[in-house]
Design a protein around this ligand. Structure first.
Ligand SMILES: Nc1ncnc2c1ncn2[C@@H]1O[C@H](COP(=O)(O)OP(=O)(O)OP(=O)(O)O)[C@@H](O)[C@H]1O
Ligand SMILES: Cc1ncc(CO)c(N)n1
Length: 500
């Protein structure tokens, strides 16, 4: 998605009642306007104490204050479109009518709100005439089945054809385009029709979404139409786009899990699906660590790891493991050096270079102190060692810094985690104490934290595809870590070998 240019975001005002649960009224309108790329503004006609189950009360501020709000907007902002929802009272309807006549916004959509989805009245019965008067000043009116009947002073339409006929008559009488809404008719297909005074009828059909969450569909649709008309300059394409959006928003509505009655639609579902989900380095770290929870648990329960922890590990198995680790470290250091070469900042460049140096130093130290005088004990790389190293060299060869450093991370993170836990449970005269102390060391923790910070900061700001590639590299390295620890016991069950 590209950022909109100057002057391309329509400024859309909703004049409506409120819904503190955010599914209908002004709150829903603002979400709908935003979902369609508009800048939403809101003037409150009435404060409604309602939720997904019903209306508890309505507080109407003095009508003079409604005008003060309206003028505050129109005195300052060039308005591109207006949507009018709940008016509540005769005086509010009259005030809004006078303001519209004065300001003459380019596009006005009237959703003649009379009754909430819950069945509660939102318009004083004596205000119906005032709503009819307002009709003369709007471009589109969007009544549902009962509202259409009330405005015409006729019985509620029994069939879709009857509703269309009522829409036609209303349009002829008022000169206003009517959106006849079919949401209240049964059937698997939901139809809406734009009817204009010349008799042209444009029907838009869509599947009926099986959900109880239809609270505020009318509000959201009319706000969407006001915004989309500002984009398209015509009602038919605006309705086609709004209906496709509404279907998607209804389909995702249950996932919101808001309220116990008729829940709201998920206004931003489409954007959430296509935009990269917002995250933070901390969240990435928590998710990725959790992502490898099973691999970590499998590593912890390996015979090699348990025997290392309690010190019962056979010396030969340990030496075999260390020889493999020395072989691993040599190439790991090369890959770290490659990360240093690719690093975007001097700080990261230095970090990976210093880690490369640390890995080589560790290899030299292993040779010197454990494996004896430069002789690797059984020094051919095992399949697990080759597999891990090849994975890392592959990441380096493919050239992407993100997946490469994500692939390097488990070698820090899983080791420090294991080292710290083994160190905490270290008994006296443990044969492998020195090895454990290396990895449980606070300096190694500090390096690990820096590596986590570099990788997760990069992942948090990456697009979805790059982040997934990084996670995949991280996941696969974690599996290689586990397999590396599984190899000594699996490859050489309790070897009774004599050292030469
Ligand atoms: N279950 C559904 N599946 C698909 N579209 C629906 C569904 N329910 C309503 N719609 C659509 O939602 C829009 C509003 O419909 P409806 O006729 O119910 O308006 P409304 O009664 O003014 O809404 P509300 O008072 O709930 O805000 C219409 O475009 C309608 O076709
Ligand atoms: C404020 C307000 N406007 C409209 C509706 C219609 O759903 C509602 N429930 N609340």
């Amino acid at each position: 998605m590209t950022a909109p240019g100057r002057g391309t975001v329509p400024r859309v005002l909703t004049i409506a009642g409120t819904d503190p649960t955010g599914g209908a009224g002004l709150q829903a309108d603002l979400k709908s306007i935003a979902a369609h790329g508009g800048y939403g503004m809101g003037v409150v006609t009435a404060l409604v104490a309602q939720n997904t189950q019903g209306v508890r009360g309505v507080h109407t501020p003095p009508v003079g204050f409604l005008t003060t709000q309206l003028d505050a907007v129109s005195d300052d902002v060039a308005i591109d479109a207006v949507k009018i929802g709940m008016l509540g009272s005769v005086t509010a309807a009259a005030e809004v009518t006078a303001w519209i006549a004065r300001v003459r916004p380019p596009v006005v959509v009237l959703d003649p709100v009379m009754v909430a989805t819950s069945g509660d009245r939102l318009l004083e019965p004596d205000a119906e005439d005032a709503v009819r008067e307002l009709l003369a000043h709007v471009d589109l009116v969007t009544p549902n089945r009962p509202e259409l009947a009330v405005i015409l002073g006729e019985p509620v339409a029994a069939t879709w054809e009857e509703a269309l006929d009522q829409g036609r008559r209303l349009s002829v009488r008022s000169g206003v385009t009517v959106l006849v809404k079919g949401g209240h008719f049964p059937g698997d297909v939901v139809r809406d029709a734009l009817v204009d005074a010349t008799g042209v009828v444009d029907v838009v059909e869509g599947p009926r979404v099986r959900t109880r969450c239809t609270h505020g569909t009318g509000c959201s649709l009319s706000a969407a139409l006001a915004t989309l008309h500002a984009h398209h300059g015509a009602w038919v394409p605006a309705l086609a786009e709004a209906r496709a959006w509404l279907t998607e928003s209804l389909e995702a509505a249950d996932l919101l899990d808001v309220g116990r009655g008729h829940g709201p639609v998920s206004h931003l579902a489409s954007l959430w699906r296509t935009a990269a989900p917002r995250t933070t380095p901390g969240r990435v770290a928590a998710e990725w660590w959790d992502e490898i929870a099973v691999v970590r648990a499998e590593t912890d329960t390996l015979p090699f790891v348990s025997a290392l922890a309690d010190g019962s590990l056979h010396e030969d198995a340990f030496s075999w493991y260390l020889a493999q680790d020395a072989l691993y470290l040599r190439d790991y250091a090369r890959v770290l050096a490659h990360a240093s070469a690719l690093a975007p900042t001097p700080d990261e460049q230095a970090f990976w270079a210093s880690s490369a140096h640390g890995a080589i130093a560790a290899e030299v130290e292993l040779h010197a102190s454990w494996l004896g005088d430069g002789q690797l004990f059984d020094a051919r790389p095992a399949p697990t060692t080759i597999a891990y190293v090849d994975h890392l060299l592959g990441l380096a060869a493919r050239g992407g810094y993100g997946p490469l450093v994500a692939g390097l991370l488990p070698c820090f993170w899983m080791y420090v985690d294991l080292g710290e836990r083994l160190l905490a449970g270290l008994g006296p005269s443990h044969p492998y104490a020195r090895w454990i102390e290396t990895y449980g060391d606070p300096a190694f923790r500090a390096s690990t934290d820096r590596a986590i910070e570099i990788v997760t900061t990069l992942a948090a700001s990456a697009g979805p595809a790059e982040r997934e590639a990084m996670l995949e590299a991280f996941r696969r390295s974690a599996q290689h870590e586990r397999d590396f620890f599984a190899a000594p016991v699996l490859a050489r069950p309790a070897p009774e070998r004599v050292r030469v």
